[in-house]
Design a protein. Structure first.
Length: 247
């Protein structure tokens, strides 16, 4: 899986992502991350990439030309590499914006099936609408609040998507049992020692009885989801009606 991030702050993105699990995944070749500086594509003599908005209003807007030329260069590179393997489709371009669909585990899973993904990070008051109309395929937000730029949201999404790419997590199973994978929050977990601050690990977890452990975990997941995320709990219950009991 290849991530391509269009940004005015490539070092911020790379410094943040090239550590820990995601950095190791890149070293091992499961994913690649490239950050391209949009400013390198401006035709302005002073390397400017922003200007005032027509109609007035606060702040500056990123201009269409550098964004478009940066995208064209990226797309050509990707197309060149793909032609050598299986050829053709266009790469999805995600504009990270508070005006997008809210990101979720389901969306992360869908995007993890792509071979390449381009993220476009805005700054200032946003980006000229005309270039967005031409290149963007997906508008995605990471939540209902506003950040100063798209870099952190892009990093959040790259992290969530990468860990679903086969090989990235050491224990392949954990991506499928964790919170949100099945519409429930994960159950509580414990490690050694058996007693800490007078709190004892629940007996069932020491019993070695796998069916009872599974049952206990599902009950705790349901309980926790109902308490912390009632809307998620309702959706889960609606999708998993109790089986009619046999006569
Ligand atoms: N850019 C600024 N705020 C954002 C958000 N909440 N999600 C995605 N991109 C953003």
């Amino acid at each position: 899986m290849h991530f391509h991030i269009m940004t005015l702050f490539p070092e911020m993105v790379l410094d943040g992502l090239r550590t820990s699990i995601i950095g190791r995944a890149e070293d091992k070749g499961y994913i690649s991350i490239e950050a391209v500086n949009i400013r390198d594509y401006t035709l302005d003599r002073h390397k400017k990439v922003d200007d005032y908005t027509y109609g007035g209003g606060a702040g500056m807007l990123m201009q269409a030309q550098p964004v478009y030329d940066c995208w064209r260069a990226l797309e050509e590179n990707i197309a060149g590499r793909r032609a050598a393997s299986q050829g053709g489709q266009k790469t999805r371009v995600i504009y990270v914006t508070p005006q997008g669909e809210v990101f979720s585990q389901k969306k992360a899973l869908e995007l993890s099936m792509e071979e390449d993904l381009i993220f476009l990070c805005g700054h200032y008051e946003g980006i000229d609408e005309r270039v967005l109309e031409e290149i963007v395929t997906d508008y995605i937000s990471i939540g209902d609040y506003v950040l100063t730029g798209g870099e952190l949201p892009a990093m959040v999404m790259v992290d969530a998507i990468s860990r679903l790419v086969p090989g990235v997590l050491n224990n392949g199973e954990s991506a499928y049992t964790e919170s949100h994978a099945d519409g429930l929050l994960e159950y509580p977990q414990y490690s050694r020692p058996e007693v800490w601050h007078d709190k004892k690990v629940p007996d069932v977890l020491l019993s070695g009885h796998h069916a009872n452990i599974e049952k206990w975990r599902l009950e705790r997941s349901l309980e926790r989801t109902k308490e912390r995320r009632p809307e998620m709990y309702e959706a889960y219950v609606a999708a998993h009606p109790p089986r009619p009991s046999k006569k």
